[in-house]
Write a protein that binds this ligand. Structure first.
Ligand SMILES: Cc1ncc(COP(=O)(O)O)c(C=O)c1O
Length: 374
């Protein structure tokens, strides 16, 4: 039996697919340290620098004192809901001008729970081909059928809707807003148009856009003034907010339905109160003052040819991508090779993600170093 594992691992190594867990030390938000060597971190989702920020941590601890415990000890539907959890849910609902919010333990929990339960037998989900693994895993667990349309291809989606929509009772379209590995942005206006025309529900995962886009940091839908047109918006706290957890915000009936049906919500211990308190504290006290920094970060990303703060340097082969990371590493930049199955075969890449502390010169220097190896 164990031979199966060793053989599989050998095959992964042969194809440069093998992954292992590395040890890092991160003393502050911009740099990463490996064996006490300092690197500019171009692989972080800590977009606004709230995680690993000594001043922020100290300020929060001063505010929090010993008010919040480190374990919730129970699922939300049992004894795991303190008033604090409802307060954070209300804060999110109010920000989005929607009826209700449900917290999940992570974006992964949210997408698996939602996409597995939002439809059932006789229903259908239409999903962008490059949607995150958590969306795919959720759909795989669903009793409904699902179709994956070519990335951001609205014509292909419409063709699919024309062909298939009539064969199913309820239908859902699901997309990311800022795509996590490509940094491009879904055609949300068109998605809204299609969902209305073909009587579907629209779910948008703003994991990488929440805290970055929009006047109040609510995401791309805020920038486009389309928040009210999206049936369910997903956001995460593990990226821009520098915390952990996620939310789904929508109308009361959808949220009540998820409370009763989303198994990743029902059957898991709630996040610790101290973590909920930190997310809430950041959103109330820090996020409102980030507008200029966020817009500057997006401007730098756009100068590098992206639509967002995520810049993919597509290299192709696994080995070449790893080699390019090594060159960057030797020049003081920390990046990670992104390989299949995270991205399609033949599109291995370095995914540069900006944070508000990284300047234009640092980014373009890294890009030109990477290009020298292509
Ligand atoms: C689009 C998208 N959704 C969801 C997730 C999962 O979020 P979390 O890390 O909070 O589980 C990610 C993670 O990278 C993501 O990129």
């Amino acid at each position: 039996m164990f031979e199966y594992y060793t053989e599989t691992l050998e095959k992964l190594k042969e194809n440069s697919h093998f992954r292992n867990i590395k040890n890092f030390s991160r003393k502050d938000e911009k740099y990463i340290y490996i064996d006490d060597k300092k690197f500019i971190n171009l692989s972080s989702n800590n977009y606004l620098g709230f995680a690993d920020n000594k001043q922020i941590t100290e300020e929060f601890l001063e505010f929090a004192g010993d008010k919040y415990s480190f374990g919730s000890a129970s699922a939300r539907l049992l004894t795991g809901t303190l008033p604090l959890y409802k307060e954070l849910e209300k804060l999110i609902s109010d920000l989005f001008h929607k009826e209700n919010t449900l917290l999940f333990n992570s974006g992964y929990h949210a997408n698996v729970g939602i996409n597995s339960s939002i439809t059932s037998r006789g229903d259908v989900i239409f999903s962008d081909k490059l949607n995150h693994a958590s969306i795919i895993d959720g759909m795989r667990l669903s009793e409904s059928k699902f179709f994956r349309y070519p990335h951001n291809n609205m014509q292909a989606l419409e063709k699919l809707l024309i062909r298939e929509r009539k064969n199913f009772k309820n239908a859902v379209i699901v997309s990311e807003s800022v795509f996590s590995m490509d940094g491009d942005i879904a055609d949300i206006q068109k998605l809204v148009e299609l969902k209305e025309k073909y009587n579907c529900m629209l779910i948008l995962d703003e994991a990488h856009a929440f805290g970055v886009f929009g006047q109040n940091g609510l995401g791309v839908t805020e920038t486009l003034d389309l928040t009210d047109k999206i049936d369910l918006i997903i956001g995460t706290f593990g990226k821009s907010i520098g915390s952990m957890g996620a939310f789904a915000v929508g109308n009361k009936s959808i949220i009540d339905y998820l409370i009763n049906k989303a198994r990743s919500f029902i059957f898991s211990t709630a996040l610790p109160p101290v973590n909920i308190a930190f997310s809430k504290w950041i959103i109330e006290n820090k996020l409102p003052y980030t507008f200029d920094k966020r817009m500057n970060m997006l401007k730098i990303g756009q100068k590098a040819g992206s639509q967002s703060h995520i810049i993919p340097l597509i290299i192709g082969g696994n080995k070449e991508t790893i080699d390019t990371c090594k060159i960057l590493y030797n020049n003081g930049y920390f990046t990670l090779p992104i390989r299949p199955p995270t991205v399609p075969e033949g599109t291995s890449r370095i995914r540069i993600s900006l944070t508000t502390d990284i300047n234009e010169k640092e980014l373009f220097n890294a890009i030109s170093l990477a290009k020298q190896n292509r």
